[in-house]
Design a protein around this ligand. Structure first.
Ligand code: SAH
Length: 346
């Protein structure tokens, strides 16, 4: 196979065979990566313009019944101080976010039975009543079909649920036996069927991940066509079984961002906080690779350090307003503009 030809084929056809994806992932040199990044940005600009959409992230709680081996808020981590935001605190974060210009609120958290359908639907209804011009995105893990339906009914617009890996055996190495890959994928299908703009995604460089798996990830995105796709480097957390594993690479993440953009031109693709944690200009590099979403933190500063999914997470000390100013400068440095519109999939 030829690098230049394969890269050009991806640009032309928005699709490659799994073998060709693998070839790019394993062999792309500097020149090929730059070419793919430039073409990815050109495709993004054609669809959405030079806009990077802002999503206000509210980390509603770190109490979690799950024990994902990579995650700093897994239930076995006895050293983390647990918190949960009540309705009024969440609404206060959203009010501040709205004042700052945000028109999407993302409620993310651990799987905590406190956030029943009754509790969540009340919060969603209130958000939609106060801010009818805003989108509400949820990222609260696996729930029943009925529960997703109730949340959708209450007005939630989008749902982020990374599948974490496309390989069922790999999934089993990242999660305890009581969790299942099958259920994770079932949830994604349900979310799509219910009309949520649906986000899947995976960590780059998680333990036991291979290049072959990443090639399959590309095929999966091509076929599932999620409205959103979250990818970021795996970063070890010192209180997890993966404390001594090595972190995922920034350059591989950027290559995959470019490939995903080229496969699925309309996808909403965040330059993640994990990418910004691995490299001081990580989010800018992500945007230069074809990403078009950032998710600054609107959580109360008092709890930010407690939502520590991985070590050295950035932006845990600043006020929300400071995060906006800082990010908008960073985005301008890439030739794009921070956009506060709802930024729906189109
Ligand atoms: N409980 C929700 C939200 C999870 S946190 C859910 O299950 O969807 C959001 C994402 O952070 C996860 O899906 C995972 O991909 C990522 N994440 C968790 N631990 C991480 C780590 N150590 N390094 C990098 N990303 C991590």
């Amino acid at each position: 196979m030829d690098l230049k030809e394969t890269a050009e084929k991806l640009v032309r056809n928005h699709s490659l065979s799994e073998e060709e994806y693998l070839f790019l992932i394993e062999n792309a040199d500097e020149q090929t990566r730059n070419y793919l990044a430039e073409e990815a940005c050109a495709v993004r600009d054609r669809v959405y313009g030079k806009r990077v959409f802002a999503r206000g992230l509210i980390e509603i709680g770190n109490i979690c019944k799950n024990d994902c081996l990579y995650c700093g808020i897994r239930r076995s981590n006895k050293t983390v101080e647990r918190y949960r935001l009540k309705k009024d605190e969440i609404l206060a974060c959203a009010a501040e976010g709205y004042r700052l210009g945000f028109r999407t609120f993302v409620l993310q958290g651990g799987e905590d039975a406190y956030y029943s359908d009754a509790v969540l639907t009340e919060i969603i209804r209130e958000l939609k009543k106060n801010y009818p011009d805003c989108a509400v995105t949820l990222s609260l893990g696996e729930r029943s079909d009925e529960s997703y339906e109730a949340l959708r009914e209450a007005g939630a617009d989008r749902y982020l649920l990374r599948h974490e890996t496309i390989d069922a055996i790999h999934y089993g190495k990242l999660h305890p036996a009581e969790m299942s890959h099958e259920n994770r994928l079932r949830c994604l299908k349900t979310l799509k069927r219910l009309g949520f703009q649906t986000g899947c995604g995976f960590m780059v460089g998680s333990p036991y991940q291979t290049a072959e798996m990443l090639a399959r990830e590309m095929k999966f995105i091509e076929e599932f066509r999620p409205e959103m796709c979250g990818i970021g480097p795996f970063i070890p957390h010192h209180e997890t079984p993966f404390r001594d594993e090595k972190a995922g690479s920034v350059s591989l993440t950027c290559l995959l961002l470019s490939m995903i953009r080229l496969i699925h031109p309309h996808v909403l693709l965040p330059a993640t906080t994990a990418l910004g944690t691995m490299h001081p200009g990580g989010r800018e590099l992500g945007i230069r690779s074809g990403a078009n979403v950032v998710m600054p933190n609107l959580s109360p500063v008092s709890v930010r350090k407690q939502y520590e999914l991985y070590d050295h997470k950035i932006c845990t000390g600043e006020e929300s307003a400071q995060c906006v100013t800082c990010l908008s400068e960073r985005i301008r440095s890439t030739g794009c503009e921070l956009a506060f519109s709802r930024g729906d999939f189109s």
